[in-house]
Write a protein that binds this ligand. Structure first.
Ligand code: ADP
Ligand code: MG
Length: 399
């Protein structure tokens, strides 16, 4: 995939109708936004377009209405908050690409901002229905994609609409693509990838591509135990994907053949059960990974692994991290995640964090400010690292 894509600065937007796909999929509770982070993150692109005198038509999905008009998933709350942040009116359309949206889009003046309703109110959105793509495109002259979190989906508002309009990236997508694209295409070495977390089957696929790129691959978190099991160790009640044992063996052989150093935890925190609630007080022991008892489960990497992983991360010039090293939500089981986050924060390497929980961990633990780039897209950043083509990026014009 070509990562060198045109951005809003490479196209004339003054006086043009610009359809901009944002990520306004904000968390809400009882009709109120509980974090406006994603709206704030979208401001640079929106303000650029407004200041240039574009007629700005924003769109996004929120939640999973699956083609049903669920009032609790209306983007009206986003329009209200965005209007406060911009200090100007945000015109709310009553539909997605229907009569009301089209009439309001046609009446926009230069510098006006409007927001369409939740794109997933329309069934065609997630099917990348050309009818919806055409309807969306008919309101605009230019398409801007500024939603990285959905860039791995070929939906009407993320990719399909680009079949009918010139398409460029917004600032958020541009930053994601340039930083992660460079790390993959032309990394400063040593290049170290650290994988962890719980979505083992999803994440194992990324290893094959990373082994082509990295000097060291570190595997911790819930992912490590499938590798340990593949090596023939007993992992007790730990998280294991039994269908991936052969794949793990293949990956270990591939690492060896390629001269890539693969680090698995040498020790682990164990307990008899997963903490419930997740932050409940819990008694843990630390054992070597060769000695996990049958009735125990591994819930964090141990102190030796912390030191080894941190040292490898500190020696790197590029680090990509996806997935916590343990059940970081629990104050007893966050040691491995803290050790890795601390190593990234202390390093002067280019440090990239992907994955929703990994990003949350960096923030909760106070390391976010010291990381080069925290990706806004969990699934999208993972597919990016897998080397897959992301439809929402591929559809943008090359520079
Ligand atoms: P991300 O959102 O960063 O991509 P995942 O969703 O894959 O990460 O995994 C995050 C979750 O993994 C966390 O909720 C954490 O509690 C869990 N986790 C980490 N290590 C383990 C483990 N050893 N056993 C079970 N769950 C784990
Ligand atoms: Mg997650």
């Amino acid at each position: 995939m070509n990562y060198n894509k045109k951005s809003i600065e490479d196209i004339e937007v003054a006086g043009k109708r610009v359809l901009c796909r944002c990520d306004f999929n904000v968390p809400t509770k009882e009709g109120r936004i509980t974090s406006d982070k994603r709206i704030v993150a979208a401001l640079p692109t929106i303000e650029y377009l407004v200041n240039k005198g574009a007629k700005v038509i924003l769109c996004s999905h929120m939640g999973k209405p699956k083609g049903e008009w669920k009032p609790e998933l209306s983007l009206k709350v986003v329009a209200d908050r965005l209007s406060e942040l911009l200090g100007k009116e945000v015109i709310m359309a009553a539909d997605v690409a229907g009569e009301d949206a089209k009439a309001k889009a046609a009446a926009l003046k230069d510098g006006d901002v409007m927001l369409l309703e939740n794109t997933r109110y329309i069934k065609g959105e997630t099917k990348n229905d050309p009818e919806l793509s055409k309807d969306l495109a008919s309101m605009a002259d230019i398409f801007v994609n500024d939603a990285f979190g959905t860039a791995h989906r070929a939906h009407s508002s993320t990719a399909g609409v680009a079949d009918y309009l010139p398409a460029v990236s917004g600032y958020l997508v541009q930053k994601e693509v340039s930083i992660m694209g460079k790390a993959l295409a032309n990394p400063e070495r040593p290049f170290v990838a650290i994988l962890g977390g719980a979505k083992v089957s999803d994440k194992l696929n990324v290893i094959n591509n990373l082994l082509e790129k990295v000097d060291t691959l570190i595997i911790g978190g819930g992912m490590a135990y499938t590798f340990l099991a593949a090596q023939g160790y007993t992992v007790g009640k730990s998280l294991v994907d039994n269908e991936k044992l052969d794949y793990c063996k293949e990956m270990m052989a591939k690492a060896q053949a390629k001269g890539v150093k693969m680090l698995l935890p040498v020790d682990t925190a164990i307990a008899s059960a997963f903490p419930s609630p997740i932050d409940a007080e819990i008694a843990v022991d630390y054992v070597d990974c060769t000695a996990i008892p049958e009735d125990q489960m591994g819930l964090d990497i141990g102190p030796k692994a912390c030191a080894e992983f941190a040292a490898a991360a500190k020696a790197a010039k590029t680090v990509v991290w996806n997935g916590p090293m343990g059940v970081f939500e629990n104050p007893v089981l966050n040691k491995g995640t803290i050790a890795v986050a601390q190593a990234l924060a202390d390093s002067d390497a280019v440090t990239i964090v992907g994955g929703g929980d990994s990003a949350a961990a960096c923030e909760q633990l106070g390391f976010a400010g010291s990381i080069t780039h925290i990706s806004t897209g969990g699934g999208a950043s993972l597919e990016f690292l897998e080397g897959l083509e992301l439809p929402g990026i591929a559809c943008l014009e090359d520079k």
